[in-house]
Every structure is written in C-alpha cells, then in structure tokens.
Write a protein that binds this ligand. Sequence first.
Ligand code: ATP
Ligand code: MG
Length: 327
Amino acid sequence: MHILEVENLTKTFKKVTAVDHVSFQVPEGELFGLLGPNGAGKTTTMRMLTTLLKPDSGSASVAGFDVIQSRNEVRAGIGMVFQEPALDRQLTGRENLDFHGRMYGMKKDLRKLRIREVLDLVELSDRANDLVETYSGGMQRRLEIARGLMHFPKVLFLDEPTLGLDAQTRRKIWEYIRRMNLEHRTTMILTTHYMEEADGLCGRVGIMDKGRIVALDTPKNLKDLIGADVVTLEMESGDGDIYRGLAFVKDVVKHGNRLSLMVENGERKIPLLIAHAAKHGIEVLSVELHKPSLEDVFLRFTGATLRDREAGDSEKRKMHPPMARRR
Ligand SMILES: Nc1ncnc2c1ncn2[C@@H]1O[C@H](COP(=O)(O)OP(=O)(O)OP(=O)(O)O)[C@@H](O)[C@H]1O
Ligand SMILES: [Mg+2]
C-alpha cells in the first residue's frame, strides 16, 4: 500500500476546474513534488489532501485513511506548511512550537524534547526565545517547517516552502527538507513553481497544468523523455512546420515567436537549422542551446513555457496576487 493514494481527485470553483481528475500514488519515504505555474491547481490539490477542502469527486487516502471519511485520523498523521502564514507573531518560536505540540496532545516532556530536536534541525535554537515578529521571512518559514514536523507526522505537506525567499535561504530550506526526508524517512509532498527546486530536490515530480498532471516521473526520466538537446530559435516569422520534415529534429514546439527544437548533438545542427530557415526565406534572430530541463518537459507536454502560463494568467493573478503571499 502507498502512504498516499490519489484517485481522480476533482474540484471545480464556479467556472474553473482547478483540479481535474488527478491521480497519483506516493510510496512511504518519498519526496514527491508537484510542479506547475500559477493557477495550475497545486494548492487546491494540497488542500484536498490535507482535508481543508472537500473534493467534488474522486478520492484520496493518507496512511490508509480516507480524506473525506476520516478527516481527524488524516489530520493527526500529517503536518502542513502552507502558503498563508500560520504563526503567532506575538509568541516566541518556542511558544509557537509548544502550543502546536499541546494541540496534538503531546506530553510536556516529549514536547520539550521534540522542540529541541526540530529547532536544531532548522538551526533556530539560538533564536527560540525571541518573538516571531522579530524573525526574518526566511526564519519564519523555517519555524513553520519545524512546527509542521513537531508532532512526528507520517507525511509532511509543504505548499511552496521557498516562495519569495532569496536563493541562499531557499537552498538552506532544501537542505532541511532533504535531511528530514533522509534521516527521519518522513514522506514529503511539496509544491513549487521553481523548476530547479523540483529537479534538485524531488525523487519524483508530477508536472501540473490547468488542473491536470501532464507528466509524472523522476526528474531524470522526465528529462530523458526529451532525449536530445534543445535548440531555441527566435524567428522573424513562420511556424515550426518547416522543421517537421527534418529527420534529426525529434520534436518541435512553437511558443510566441520562438521555436524549441529537440535535436541530438544540437551544437552541430545549429548551422543546418539556420540554413534551412534561410531556404524558406525566414530569418533567425537568435539561437540558444541547452540540455533538457524540466521547463522543456513542461513545454513539450503543454506547448507553453511556465512563464507564458504565468504571464497569461492575469485573471488568476488578481485572485492570488503573488506579493500578498510573501511573508
Ligand atoms: N477558493 C477559490 N475560489 C475560486 N477559485 C479558486 C479558489 N481557489 C483556487 N481557485 C482557482 O483554481 C485554480 C487553481 O488555483 P490554485 O491556487 O490551486 O493554483 P496553484 O497551482 O496553487 O497556483 P499558485 O502557483 O499561484 O499558488 C485557479 O484558477 C484559481 O483561481
Ligand atoms: Mg498555490
């Protein structure tokens, strides 16, 4: 049995189907990531899995407990670190953790022991007795992670744990996440729209777009699907059709005035690609070559870049202004 089983989970808000028949399983101890742009449905999925939101249809279970039928059992076994800050800023770090432990019915001695442990993990021991309102954004996030772990959850859910943090703090948080996953075998489900985070941190990644999981595998296998280098051409006009007949071009994705071509030995093919465009009277304005990333996987499965999606999402942005979620 998997510690997390998700079957056709679906949720519609008025006109938007935020989560559309999402299915996946997570074995115990895995560090699983949901990667996707703004509005993909990551938070809505997480809210259903953590019993905060009732699905319209489909099912999910955590450690054998159904998220609809057995909400309390599910809640007792999970930890959550969500986008909305949930710390009491007028209390110290230690008091926040202690309060949380009491809510979970932990005995005093155990609380004391565990507080020391989780503070140590996120390197906040020396600030434990300061008020949270004096913490930096990164420290608050670390304390939230500590709090999520306080009651020994079987599964820890983290919704964009590094959103809005600087690169250095982000890497620190990855380190804690990795460490507690390895040392404590805590299963972790996290969401992110940072590709490098999904790539470097997660054992497997589900790529979400418009409420659906469009691809799911290890980052390596996902990138191997591209199986080639990615050459991106900025063109003055035209579409990808001129390249589709070429034997060495494995795939073509058009996005705006750019074409991403999946080709082996990309650096050797660039002159041919430019010459081919010239033959069709099309000028190539710029060329870029890179090894496949999860961004290319997203592009291949959705026909859009993560950035295109986020930029084209003005309506959703109004509902979830990115700044409002920062701490
Ligand atoms: N309470 C709600 N009422 C109406 N629409 C909602 C609600 N919550 C989410 N949505 C819509 O559902 C879709 C998915 O939103 P969700 O917050 O799950 O996306 P996300 O992948 O977490 O995005 P982000 O990266 O911005 O956090 C969006 O179109 C959003 O506007
Ligand atoms: Mg979200």
